[in-house]
Structures are given as C-alpha cells and as structure tokens.
Design a protein around this ligand. Structure first.
Ligand code: FAD
Length: 303
C-alpha cells in the first residue's frame, strides 16, 4: 500500500516541484554520488578501494526529444571513456527510455549500439536496466540484438515480480549470458506481476537458482538479507564457483553488508547513480522502504 501511494505521488507535479526544490538537502544525496562525471569517478575510486566494483548510471529516463536522447548517448560514451582513462573498476548501467525508446525504437537501438560498441572497444560492459512492463518486450528485443552483435559486452535486468520472467530467462539463456536479477521497482498491475512480497521473494530465489543452473553469469541485485542467506546456502551446496556470480546493491543502501561479502571473497558491485535528474530514481528508493520517507520528513522539519 505504502509503495503504491509513493509511486503514485511520484507522478504528481506539485509533489514533484517540492521534492525537486529541496530533495538534495532532504536525502537524495544519500542515494546519488554527485552531479558530474569527475565527482562520480572520485566516488568510484573510494568504493573500489574498499574491495567493491561499481556500475555507473547517469540519472535520467524518458527523454522528450531526439536531441536529449543524443545528449544521453554522448554522456554514456564519455562515461566509458572516463572509466577507461581513469582505470577505475566500473561498468555502466543505462535505461533505454533515456536513449529515446519512448520516441522511436530505431533511435534507441542506434544509440545502444554505439554505446555497446564503445564498451567493446574499451573492454567494458553495458547493463540495460529494466523499466516498467510496457517496455519489457522491446527492452529484451533490443538487448538481444545488441547481444548478437557484441556478445560479452552487454547484459540485461530481469524482474522477479513479473510472471513472465522465468520464461524469458529460459528463452534467453542459450547460449548462457549475463543477467542481473532484481525484484522490480515499478508499480505494476496484478495482471502482469505478483502482488504479494512472499511470491516475489520465492520467484527471486527460483530465478537466481535457475539462472546459475543454466550457466549464466548472474548478478544478484538485492539487499534482502534473508534471501541472500538462502542464496549463499544454495551456492555452497551446489559448489558454484565464485567467478560465476556477483552480489549487487544500490548506492546508499546496506553498503556494510556488501563490503562484508567482499571481505569474504565474493565479487560485489554497487550501483552508483550520478547527475542532476535524480527525482524519479529517488521516489522509487522511498517507495522501497517507509523509513526513507521518515528520514525525508525529519529533514524537512529540521530545516
Ligand atoms: P526488499 O524486500 O525490498 O528489501 C529488503 C531490505 O533491504 C529492506 O527491508 C530494507 O532493509 C533494505 N532496502 C531495500 N530497499 C531499500 C532502500 N531503497 N532504502 C533503504 N533500504 C532498503 N529495479 C528495476 O525494476 N529495474 C532495474 O533495472 C533495477 N536495477 C537494480 C540494480 C541493483 C544493483 C539493485 C540492488 C536493485 C535494482 N532494482 C531495479 C531495484 C529492485 O527492483 C528493488 O526495488 C530493490 O532492490 C529493493 O528490493 P530488495 O531486493 O532489496 O528487497
């Protein structure tokens, strides 16, 4: 219920105006690693120094013009170059709506191809984030085309809250690929997504297990300690080698847990967003955890 209300309010222009005005001081900074690429690279260096890799995200989604989509593409080319030149250990994560998907599929496809080509040239990797369900089919299609052209340099996200995901996973796993599995962050109707958290959690576990059994490199994107415990048990019982998976968490959430997994010798990566366009991202982080709203409200009262 909380989640639906917050995600619903996220679309309200009055709330948006207020949060945009004060949001950085009111808590968004906890989830966002600066506004410029040099700031983000400095942050990556510190995180790498603690034994954790990074996936870098330039905030923004659903651009409104072709020019904005080109700017977004150029920002990702600059990120890949910046990562290459600075020698930090990071790949990139992007959203296809930021590349123009809602305007024109060909535009998004061309932008994606240019970015993945640059990733291939610089020995790097692009993760395509998964957005809300109207984009699932087209995202998987564009991912698959990019994969055929640049295998080894592109992967996609699969969401455990969608009923369809186990079928997608099996269909796309031949030959084995690279997936990030998450629970899913958008407001979805019951016609496409499990409404109950217990069902999402159970499906999450099944998907991670199946992905590993199918031979995929699997990025386990969750902060759920109970699930992580069950997954560690499975990894141990099945003797899965540690170079076949990694744990991923969001910047600002449970970093000490990720660090302790890194200290135990597991591959770990933190999702680091930077940039000015943080509003939609921040609203999803609040929706995930009621306490984040209290944190936000307290900051408002303390002003
Ligand atoms: P939950 O059951 O939601 O949370 C478990 C516990 O983790 C909570 O009790 C709380 O203690 C802590 N926690 C979780 N979220 C927060 C938070 N925001 N602030 C503070 N504590 C928190 N979703 C997509 O739809 N598409 C994507 O492409 C995508 N990429 C992601 C990439 C990464 C690396 C990660 C970690 C998540 C991504 N997500 C994505 C978000 C994901 O779908 C979930 O919304 C989010 O991870 C919360 O689910 P959870 O697995 O942590 O479990």
């Amino acid at each position: 219920m909380f989640r639906e209300v917050v995600l619903g309010l996220g679309g309200n222009p009055v709330v948006e105006g207020m949060v945009k005005r004060y949001g950085m001081q009111l808590g968004a900074a906890r989830f966002v690693a600066g506004s410029t690429l040099p700031e983000a690279i400095e942050r990556i260096r510190e995180i790498n120094g603690r034994g954790v890799m990074v996936t870098l995200d330039h905030l923004g989604e659903s651009v409104r013009s072709e020019a904005e989509a080109m700017d977004a593409k150029n920002s990702y080319l600059a990120m890949l170059d910046g990562i290459h030149q600075s020698g930090v250990n990071a790949n990139v994560s992007l959203k296809l709506t930021m590349m123009g998907l809602a305007l024109n599929e060909d535009l998004a496809q061309r932008n994606l191809d240019e970015i993945v080509t640059r990733a291939e040239e610089t020995g790097n990797f692009v993760r395509i984030d998964m957005e809300d369900s109207p984009y699932t089919d087209v995202t998987l299609r564009l991912y698959d085309e990019a994969y055929q052209a640049h295998p080894g340099h592109v992967g996609v996200v699969l969401q455990a809250y969608l009923y369809r995901t186990m079928d997608d996973l099996r269909r796309l796993s031949n030959p084995p690929r690279n997936f990030r599995i998450v629970k899913g962050a958008y407001m979805e109707p019951v016609s496409v997504a499990f409404p109950s958290k217990a069902d999402v959690d159970e499906n999450y576990l099944q998907l991670v297990q199946e992905s590993l059994k199918l031979g995929n490199y699997t990025a386990i994107g969750t902060h759920d300690e109970q699930l992580i415990g069950r997954i560690l048990k499975f990894l141990h019982e099945e003797n899965i080698e540690r170079d076949r998976f990694e744990f991923q968490m969001l910047y600002g959430v449970k970093f000490s847990l990720l660090e302790s997994l890194a200290r135990e010798g597991y591959r770990t990566r933190v999702y680091v967003p930077y940039g000015e366009d943080w509003y939609a991202y921040y609203v999803r982080r609040i929706a995930e955890r009621p306490a984040n709203l209290l944190f936000f409200a307290r900051a408002l009262v303390d002003r």
